[in-house]
Design a protein. Structure first.
Length: 244
């Protein structure tokens, strides 16, 4: 396949011992996008136009804020806030109409103000950037599953997926695979996922047993990081902060 730009990272992800290789890719893309936003993107007018308009979600603001480069962050915030201010001005017409008709529509009807807040609260230039590349990875994942036996074996012997990406694969299998191939694929990953969830469940149980003083000499084994792996299996990767 020509598109080594996608196949190489997918193969690399499958060589990593992780609970979800798709999360591994997504996390990498997210980290690269954060670095890019505070670095090279400062000189990229197209990206700046997009980030001024869309802004970022809470998760990505938090990641941007955790980095050292506060000047880049402040410059991004400054121009985004200018854009927000202009965009807010366009809503003033909604208040100028004394009938208030447009302002207080029934809850089932959308109005300009609701639309504005919906858009403002849900748009994020980094989410969009990551999602766009992840869609390509999903497409290439199915191409490789059908055409690359070695890759297929890697998937079969992996630890499965987080439930989020498990769902994405379910949604897309029929789009990218022939009917029978899709049924085979879903059967394989469904059974794998059940086994992998049971494996983590057993680790979680062992983790709880370690808190009983009678088991203080019991080896942790693979149970030592069971809570974080269980969360990552259930919801996708998380950004772990050091606890107190
Ligand atoms: Zn995942
Ligand atoms: Zn985001």
């Amino acid at each position: 396949m020509k598109e080594k730009i996608y196949t190489i990272p997918l193969n690399e992800a499958y060589e990593t011992d992780c609970e979800c290789p798709l999360c591994f890719l997504e996390k990498k893309l997210e980290e690269e996008a954060i670095e890019y936003t505070l670095g090279a993107a400062m000189m990229e007018p197209d990206f700046r136009i997009e980030s001024n308009e869309k802004g970022f979600c809470k998760n990505h603001y938090s990641m941007l804020f955790s980095k050292q480069n506060k000047l880049s962050l402040a410059l991004i915030l400054e121009t985004h806030m200018e854009e927000i201010s202009k965009s807010l001005d366009s809503l003033s017409k909604e208040f100028e109409n004394p009938s208030q008709k447009r302002l207080f529509k029934k809850s089932s009807e959308s109005n300009k103000i609701d639309d504005w807040f919906d858009k403002n609260n849900s748009s994020c230039v980094i989410c969009d950037k990551v999602e766009k590349t992840m869609k390509r990875y999903i497409e290439v994942f199915f191409y490789m599953w059908s055409h690359d036996k070695e890759f297929k074996n890697k998937v079969i012997s992996s630890k499965g997926f987080c439930l989020y990406h498990f769902g994405i694969l379910f949604e897309n299998a029929q789009k990218y695979l022939k009917k029978n191939d899709a049924a085979d694929f879903l059967n394989i990953i469904y059974n794998k996922e059940k086994d992998e969830l049971m494996r983590i469940n057993e680790d979680i149980h062992k983790f709880t047993l370690k808190f009983d003083y009678r088991n203080k000499d019991m080896e942790w084994g693979t149970a030592i990081d069971a809570p974080v792996r269980a969360i990552e299996k259930l919801s996708g990767y998380i950004h772990i902060k050091n606890s107190d």
